[in-house]
Design a binder for this molecule. Sequence first.
Ligand code: FRU
Length: 521
Amino acid sequence: MKLKKTLMPIVCILFASMACKEKQPEKIEDVAEEVRTEYYTEPYRPQFHFSPEENWMNDPNGLVYNDGVYHLFFQYYPEDIVWGPMHWGHAISSDMIHWAHKPIALFPDEHGLIFSGSAVLDEANTSGFGKEGNSPLVAIFTYHLMEGEKAGRTDFQTQGIAYSLDNGDTWTKYEGNPVIGNDGIKDFRDPKVFWNDKENVWTMLLVAGDHLQIWNSPDLKEWEKVSEFGKDQGAHGGVWECPDLFKLKVEGSEEEKWVLLISINPGAPNGGSGTQYFIGDFDGTTFTSDQKDNRWIDWGTDNYAGVTYNNVPGGDRIFIGWMSNWTYARDTPTEKWRSATTLPRKLALQKINGRYELINYPLSNLDKIITAGSKETVTIEGGANVEKTFENFNQSETKFLTSSKDFQITFKNKNDEQLILTSNGEKQLLRLDRSRSGKTDFQEDFGTTMQMPVTNLPNGEYEVRILIDRSSIEVFVNKGQYVMTAQIFPNEQYNTMEIKNTSQKSFELKDFGINLVKRIW
Ligand code: FRU
């Protein structure tokens, strides 16, 4: 039995084209019911986040919903725990909380490795790949030709497509690939495609070094470039990657705005990789924004290359990021696999104090794996401390409401390793210090303190929610207005939390609770 479990992924990879059924549950929901106790228990293994069974992953790719299934494809190297020749790994879910692994979806071919991209349901069969009333899923990705790069050429990234007629189990590459060639742009990648109902065409966002290009197509095969954006707007500390563009209604109004996501590496506010966003308008061919400041979806160091789902029933906009940073992604201290995704988050737009804010907050589905404990009001006098213990903060949710902006929360373990979250009202800053949080010396830039300006909180009470899962912390302030995601590698589980009132006045934490988050594997 043990042997079978370890061999299975290898067998799946070898026989991927033969749709490796044995490992798949009958229904996706069966995965949730059948939580296995000896599986996914390695040190640092996320318990309620997606990570591959083994080997390296980076960006989420091809996020699409179809026929009861949320697909998660991802950049995957099946032979090592460092980046290598890229494939698209694959997992599926019915709730985006529990995942079932599937065989590799896309393998490198003569045009190159399979870099990041997206997937659509071609309902009207514009591509002609569909058969007998069966609408195809179409994946759109970047080919990266190593030989071209090694030869010092600049045209080694092109765009290709593939289709599936069995809801993502098997894929056929289009014989006319590549569908977009390259005339000398070194970084030309990460196609995000969506149906553009203003023009009745498919629209593709592509990044080209320091800017975004927008292309349109009637059939996913013939593409025409229609506009560009961003050469002189936004952050440019590094190359632009993984674009996304979608419309959101401003909550509580009829107003609609378009949001453009652009990941950049390096150049994020806390170092290395990060994802900026622009709020603006899209007329069907051109994106415009009069935004002057640089905005970030997440101020933590570990949320990169995030994009959103196509085709979600009801139209929700759901985002998943890669929970790492290129600065140290290859060095983190895990052995069997490397990297995980962020929790899936619902995006929303709010206007707070006259300013548009992009909100990202865990899906309400997460609540079904949280064992809600009791809630209390915690009163802390000016300058005083309160200590809370919990068997395992490394699989927990901490949540409370407060109107204070002056507190410090420290998670500690028996080794006195400390992870410290500090809110400073006067400076309008939230800091996350992981310099003594556990293992940090695997890379010189890991053990840092990151900070996030918190300058536009509405008056009054707001929520602080902290989710810790073995090797990550996600902090959501005011239900996702301000967010920090970071990896951590404590040598022991944290079991004590110290909450300090750093002001002179007493404050209350209302509805305070520490809850266990159940494992999903
Ligand atoms: C982002 C990225 C993409 C690229 C992929 C390669 O993390 O660099 O731009 O397609 O990773 O794995």
